[in-house]
Write a protein that binds this ligand. Structure first.
Ligand code: SME
Length: 150
């Protein structure tokens, strides 16, 4: 099902009329609109030389968490683990930063450029336990396409 979105992602990343941040925004908007259990979709990137993440383009409710130190929350853990983090139930996590009480689950997939973990895509869902390996493979594809334009 998510596979049908792959060509739409590559047509956004290849769009000549959009700049980099417009492309990231268009991807967030597309994913939030097309996948019913994707309720907040955003990119975080390493903030220069600092050991922290900074929020980039996103779709969904504004968040206070525009800066996240490495190691903090699901996002900060992925910044140091370099691995996907699928959270079926956010309430079961000790090291979790709540953005909204409606969020039930989360998936964070790291974004690599030249083998380095430079950021991540973060998705919050208001549905409990909605993410499968299909989401992981799809979001890895999204990040591979994005890394080509960074
Ligand atoms: N829940 C995340 C924080 C970012 S918000 O989901 C937008 C975390 O625990 O890192």
């Amino acid at each position: 099902m998510l596979t049908v979105l792959r060509p739409k992602i590559s047509s956004i990343t290849n769009a000549p009329e959009k700049n980099q941040s417009e492309k990231l925004q268009a991807i967030c908007d597309l994913l939030k609109a097309e996948v019913d259990y994707y309720d907040w979709v955003g990119f975080y990137f390493k903030n220069g030389d600092k050991e922290e993440l900074k929020l980039g383009p996103y779709a969904g409710a504004p968040t206070d968490h525009t800066i996240i130190p490495f190691g903090k929350g699901i996002c900060g853990q992925v910044a140091v683990s370099n691995e996907n983090f699928v959270v079926p139930d956010v309430q079961a996590q000790d090291n979790y930063i709540a953005c909204s009480i409606s969020v039930k689950s989360e998936i964070v997939v790291p974004l690599f450029k030249d083998g380095k973990n430079i950021g991540q895509i973060d998705i919050d869902s208001n549905t409990p336990d909605p993410f499968s390996e299909e989401d992981e493979r799809f979001l890895e594809y999204v990040n591979q396409e994005v890394s080509k334009i960074l």
